[in-house]
Each structure stands twice: as structure tokens, then as C-alpha cells.
Design a protein around this ligand. Structure first.
Ligand code: SF4
Length: 343
């Protein structure tokens, strides 16, 4: 049976019409799936009993199942989720004093093979469907009892979201739909390793999430070493695409910069980073690397150096902040998501 979780109103209408069922019920079903997050037609009290019975027989509404929870001492929870299409993906719940942030996956594994990233070491397994992306959000919302509470959502889990462009944008449209999840688009950020054509495509969308670019190096030589995608889209081309993006959309980009000791944190790097950002509407997010002993040959610079880097950038008028790791011991931190089976 087809899994209808992830369908928009149009697709639900099409399904109902195909089965000779009244299509105007599509928007009620849509509200149950995404605004109320109840997945069993038996609970859909505003639908006629006969329709609920038909739906139970003829369709599946499966957002995937939570199969594991690992809680770190800072309250960060890493979820293992088994999506309808198979495999296991990971998503993370982070709770701060004033906000909640969910980090979701867009693919099982990743094709881009960044050298500092555990997901990259898994290789690419498959793209997730819109329903498998939305299912992570819905299941964590329900599990944490978030109710109607707004939260931030980042596509920084497993996978390169812009490599799975259509599914991520389809999920985004349901997330920002007031009849769906009802999130403000400004709360949603997609992070890319620098897929230039997809950045250009995103700039042309009528509605789009915020964009973060995982920069991580200031020379092609270093970037190619740690991010093979740079061979296809070198820094000059990426920066040009970023410039176009900020001009076309009027929106600021975030440059993510994972700090790798001995690789990208020399004074020359800071000089070049400041130069790159000078005429761009960007802010820089510094991310001290989360070490994965025995698996990845990198370590973060000292805490003192991290603070110094931030201060140096601020002194050069670059808006810079530090994203200290959360959930490190649950392996829920950036670059640490890879399913146990693959490890
Ligand atoms: S950092 Fe992102 S793009 Fe690079 S391998 Fe990891 S998941 Fe893929």
C-alpha cells in the first residue's frame, strides 16, 4: 500500500478521487497529519466513520518510527528513526534556555565524502522522501510534547540537503504551510557543502529556507583536501554564487566554519576569511571540531584559540559567533551522525 505521509493537499485530493472518495476531505486529512500529528485514521474525528474505515484499509500514513534515543548530559537527544523506506537515520533535539532546535537528516548517508564527517564515511545509501523528512520532525515534536510550541529546524543531519533538492523543498512547503506545521520560514535553515547550481536554484524560489554554506577553508588546496566537492565548485565559483544569492534574495547567508587544528585556523586563514566575507552579506559560525578518536584524524584547536579566532574576526568587522558542541557524548554533534550499523 502507498504511504501517503508526506503528500500535500493536492496529492491527497488525487488519492481520494482515485478511490471515488470525496476529495474535499483532503484538507482535513492534511491537518491531522501535519498540524495535529495524528497518524491513525481512527483518530480523525471530523471525518465520517465510513471514510476512516476505507482509509484504514486502502492507505498507510506512516511517518517512520523512533527506534533509539540517546540522551547527553546537556539534555540533547539523538534519535534513531526507522523511515518507511528502510535503513536508519538520525535526528537531534537540542533544548536551550530560550529555544528548541531540531536537526534533521535529508539522506541515508551522504555522497560528498567530507573528510571530517562521519556521515560522509558511510557513503551514499539513498535520498529521503518528503514524508521521511517530515516524519522526523513530527515524531520528535510528539515525543518531546512540543505541542504548538515553535522551534528552529536545521537541515544539518545526515546528507547534503541540496543534493535531495526536490524532496527537501517539498517538505519545506509543508513545514511553512499554516495548515501544515505552521513554522515561520525564518526558523528553517538548510546547510549545503556548496552545490552551486542548487544555490542558484534556491535563490529563484518564491519561498525558501535560510541558507548556510559549510565553507571550512580559505584556499582551494585545503578545501579540496577536506571537501572533495570543491574540485567541482571551487571557492571563487562558490563565493560568486553566494554573492548572487544575497543580491537576488536580499538575505544574509551563514558561513559555517569547522575549526580543525593545524588545517584551517592559522592567522593567514583568518586574514583570508575576513577578506572573503568583507563585501558579502554573511555571518560566520565557528564550530570547534567534535573529535571522533580512531575514526577521523582531526582535532579542534584549544578553547583559547577558538575564542581568539572569534575575537580576531570581530576585530576585522566580520560578524562571527561560536557554536559550542552539544550532545558530544551521545555522538549527536555536527559531523558525528552515522548509524551504528554503519559504524
Ligand atoms: S559534512 Fe554534510 S555534505 Fe559533507 S559528508 Fe557530511 S553530511 Fe555530507
Amino acid at each position: 500500500m502507498t504511504n501517503l505521509y508526506g503528500c500535500d493537499v493536492e496529492a491527497l485530493r488525487g488519492f481520494l478521487a482515485r478511490y471515488d472518495l470525496p476529495a474535499f476531505h483532503a484538507s482535513q486529512i492534511y491537518a491531522w497529519l501535519y498540524a495535529r500529528r495524528r497518524f491513525d485514521p481512527a483518530d480523525w474525528s471530523d471525518l465520517p466513520a465510513s471514510l476512516r474505515e476505507r482509509l484504514q484499509c486502502d492507505a498507510v500514513f506512516d511517518p517512520g518510527k523512533i527506534v533509539a534515543r540517546t540522551t547527553a548530559t546537556d539534555g540533547t537527544i539523538k534519535y534513531g528513526i526507522s523511515p518507511d523506506g528502510g535503513g536508519t537515520i538520525e535526528a537531534v533535539y537540542m533544548h536551550y534556555d530560550d529555544r528548541v532546535t531540531l536537526c534533521v537528516s535529508s539522506q541515508v548517508g551522504c555522497a560528498l565524502d567530507c573528510d571530517f564527517c562521519l556521515t560522509g564515511k558511510m557513503g551514499f545509501v539513498r535520498h529521503l522522501s518528503p514524508g521521511e523528512i517530515l516524519g522526523q520532525v513530527a515524531q520528535i515534536q510528539n515525543d518531546r510534547g512540543l505541542g504548538e510550541r515553535p522551534f528552529n529546524l536545521v537541515f544539518m543531519g545526515m546528507g547534503e540537503p541540496l543534493h535531495n533538492y526536490d524532496a527537501v523543498l517539498a517538505a519545506f512547503r509543508v513545514l511553512v504551510d499554516p495548515r501544515g506545521f505552521g513554522l515561520s520560514r525564518k526558523r528553517i535553515t538548510v546547510s549545503t557543502s556548496g552545490l552551486v547550481p542548487a544555490i542558484e536554484q534556491l535563490a529563484a524560489e518564491p519561498r525558501r529556507p535560510r541558507l548556510a554554506v559549510s565553507l571550512n577553508a580559505t584556499t582551494d588546496e585545503t578545501r579540496e583536501r577536506i571537501m572533495p566537492i570543491n574540485r567541482k565548485y571551487p571557492l571563487a565559483r562558490l563565493l560568486e554564487a553566494c554573492r548572487e544569492y544575497t543580491t537576488t534574495t536580499g538575505e544574509r547567508i551563514t558561513f559555517e566554519y569547522v575549526l580543525l587544528d593545524g588545517v584551517n585556523v592559522a592567522d593567514d586563514d583568518l586574514e583570508r576569511l575576513a577578506e572573503m566575507t568583507r563585501s558579502l552579506a554573511v555571518k560566520v559560525n565557528l564550530i570547534p571540531f567534535n573529535p571522533v578518536p580512531d575514526r577521523l584524524p582531526y582535532r579542534p584547536p584549544s578553547r583559547q584559540r577558538v575564542l581568539q579566532i572569534r575575537d580576531e574576526l570581530l576585530r576585522r568587522d566580520v560578524p562571527a559567533s561560536i557554536r559550542w558542541s552539544r550532545g558530544t557524548e551521545a555522538r549527536a554533534a555536527c559531523g558525528q551522525l552515522a548509524t551504528e550499523a554503519t559504524r
